[in-house]
Design a protein. Structure first.
Length: 172
């Protein structure tokens, strides 16, 4: 008599079925965790933008704010660190997203404070009395909330794009 060992086809199908059920339960939770992590990173990046703008205004912009994200990523000509990281500076539309989000800084109808050539870092745009920054998800799998902030320092959030500081609700 020959002794055969191994798994039967039925046993293998049961194992594959159990793995499929566990995957169906776990994958949506993992995707939600990824979205939450990306949104938390975007909130942190918005806070970094606010801090970078405050530092730029007080030390480099003559009391005015940068109206371009690339200007905040430039270090002072005399030396020192840039006002935001190069990773955040490159996360503008068309650049490399940071944790699934793209960020923009734009003028918000303020007055010109200092000409670009007079800033300490050779900014490409004149500094102004107001700015508006946004953080938008690249896709629905990377985040569902959009964020916006201005010189007030308040971060606002909404399910659709924020185009003004009256959109969305303040972040708690």
């Amino acid at each position: 008599m020959r002794n055969q060992s191994g798994f039967t086809l039925i046993e293998l199908l049961i194992v594959v079925g159990v793995i499929g059920i566990l995957a169906a339960i776990a994958i949506p939770g993992l995707l939600r965790a990824r979205v939450s992590g990306n949104e938390a990173s975007a909130i942190g990046s918005m806070r970094t933008l606010i801090s970078g703008q405050a530092l730029f205004s007080s030390s480099c912009g003559g009391g005015g704010y940068a109206v371009d994200l690339a200007d905040l990523a430039l270090p002072p000509i005399s030396g020192g660190a840039a006002f935001v990281s190069t990773e955040l500076g490159a996360a503008s539309p068309g650049g490399t997203p940071k944790s699934g989000y793209e960020f923009t800084v734009a003028p918000m109808g303020g007055d010109v404070v200092m000409a670009a050539l007079n800033t300490c870092n050779g900014a490409g745009s004149d500094t102004q009395t107001a700015f508006f920054a946004t953080g938008d998800p690249v896709g629905s799998s990377t985040g569902v909330r959009h964020f916006g902030t201005s010189e007030s320092g308040q971060i606002r959030q909404d399910q659709s794009a924020i185009t003004a500081m009256t959109d969305g609700v303040p972040l708690q």
